[in-house]
Design a protein around this ligand. Structure first.
Ligand code: NAP
Length: 454
């Protein structure tokens, strides 16, 4: 049985029966059949349906936002923004898929030689709870527009969101079995990957899940795309404008109640800026309002589950035990639900969880760097490489560090890292491989086929 629990109150929302092995086989086969027909459809037809999906998302925004907030606890304003962003990604691929996947002529000795982007077939998506709509749509919109079918194994605590997304595609007019939800636990995913009709797998989730899925898919020589965790560094250089940098840093650390893979996690501050940064940063963090996520003015909701909240608290305790100074928060509130307050840790050093690991919650790790070069060294002293940001008044220096010196899938200058349908998104190192979004994302689940005509 899969259960949805409201993390703000600890109350059970719903239970869902898991699919049996026989049901899974049946769903996968139906999806493969639907894909074979879908592959023959033209871009204009796919595009109309994808635009219809966007319209449904916009029309039912409030309903979906309340579902998201109920299941995983993010502040309602952010849930509404998430639904809007899903509509945007559908519209983006409805408009651009045809160009992204147009045949590309390559001059050779042949009469004609070119690249054709052909669909792979059925793609399995294993998705997390933190952006229960966005993570799915950013995969599904390009995958379906490319002519693939999709199977969604969503995180076990957001089954309601999974079903709602399936209903959007059906209402939008997509073939009934083209996008199907599999109600299974993580441990069962290996069996699904083993099904002959599943041609590729994408995961957004943790490093252990990434290793498990990549091992299974690798043994069967099936393609994978992995979007895993991150410990994004935000570098405050010696010439950074703190008045503008600090609000961006606070927002990036606390969006989604701190549970975003591209949230700022390590603030690497040069010595000359440290005292003032800590003063401004702690003051802004203290102002944030934690409370009922269904209320409009709330900044921080509960953590998604007590288990993950307790793991976060353990990382905080262990960092303090090893010498970090807790300037704000750091205590579990005595109330029902899985709450954790905005927390600031200063004096963070290598060997502490706050330095070495990902903190998936509203906990900021502030690390002192001697100078700009030392800040770059610390930023790269991580197994992760998802996003990064650099704050400086000198555009040229910012660009040089962002482009050449930081090891990450993206680096922003004087702005917080965000995902955008127009720009490729993904990581290196333990943050995974492959890209989503943009033209790079839609080509991941295609056969980049050479056609050569003498
Ligand atoms: P998670 O435990 O890895 O779960 C993600 C998904 O993987 C869920 O559907 C889960 O199913 C499934 N799963 C877990 N263990 C598995 C296994 N051994 N084999 C196959 N599937 C498995 O992570 P989470 O708690 O949902 O999300 C938090 C983590 O995801 C953080 O580390 C975060 O940084 C990362 N994340 C990364 C991105 C990105 O874009 N790079 C975005 C969001 C989150 P069950 O729910 O049934 O266990």
């Amino acid at each position: 049985m899969l259960t949805s629990v409201n993390p703000a109150t600890g109350e059970l929302i719903a239970t869902y029966a898991e699919h049996t092995a026989g049901e899974i086989t049946d769903i996968v086969e139906r999806t493969a059949d639907a894909q074979r027909l879908w592959e023959e459809s033209d871009f204009a037809g796919r595009s109309e349906k994808m635009k219809a999906a966007a319209a449904i998302l916009r029309n039912r925004k409030e309903q979906f936002a309340r579902l998201i907030t109920g299941e995983m606890g993010k502040p309602i304003r952010q849930s509404r923004a998430e639904v809007d962003k899903c509509a945007r990604v559908c519209e983006h691929y409805a408009l651009h898929a045809k160009d992204y996947l147009a045949n590309e002529p390559i001059p050779t000795e042949a009469t004609q030689s070119y690249i054709a982007y052909r669909p792979l077939g059925v793609v399995l998506a294993v998705m997390p709870w933190n952006f229960p709509f966005w993570q799915v749509f950013r995969f599904a919109a390009p995958a379906l527009m490319a002519g693939n079918a999709a199977l969604l194994k969503h995180a076990s605590n957001v089954c309601g969101s999974a079903q709602a997304i399936e209903s959007v595609f059906i209402e939008a007019g997509f073939p009934r079995d083209l996008f199907r939800v599999l109600k299974v636990r993580g441990e069962k995913v290996g069996e699904v990957i083993g099904n002959q009709h599943v041609k590729a797998v994408t995961l957004t989730g943790s490093v252990p899940a990434g290793r498990a899925i990549a091992s299974k898919a690798g043994a069967l020589l099936k393609k994978t795309v992995l979007e895993l965790g991150g410990s994004d560094p935000y570098l405050i250089l010696e010439d950074a404008d703190l008045e503008s940098a600090v609000p961006i840093c606070v927002r990036s650390r606390t969006i989604n109640s701190g549970q975003s893979c591209i949230a700022a996690k390590r603030f690497i501050v040069t010595s000359s800026q440290l005292d003032r940064f800590l003063e401004l940063f702690a003051r802004e963090m203290e102002r944030l309002r934690m409370g009922d996520p269904t209320e409009d003015g709330v900044d921080i909701g509960p953590q998604s589950s007590e288990r993950l909240r307790d793991e976060l608290h353990q990382q905080v305790r262990s960092s303090i035990h090893r010498g970090a100074r807790c300037l704000l928060g750091g205590e579990v509130p005595r109330q029902k639900g899985s709450w954790y307050p905005p927390t600031v840790l200063a004096g963070v050093k290598a060997g502490m969880p706050a330095y070495d690991e990902e903190l998936f919650g509203p906990v900021a790790a502030v690390i002192e760097a001697r100078d700009d070069a030392d800040a770059v060294r610390i930023a790269n002293d991580s197994v992760f490489g998802l996003g990064a940001a650099v704050f400086t008044r000198h555009e040229g220096r910012g660009r040089h560090i962002a482009e050449k010196l930081i090891n990450a899938g993206c680096c922003f200058v004087n702005e917080m890292v965000v995902s955008d349908p127009r720009l490729p998104f993904g990581g290196i190192g333990d943050s995974g491989y492959g890209r989503e979004l943009s033209y790079a994302g839609i080509r991941e689940f295609t056969n980049i086929k050479t056609v050569y005509i003498k």
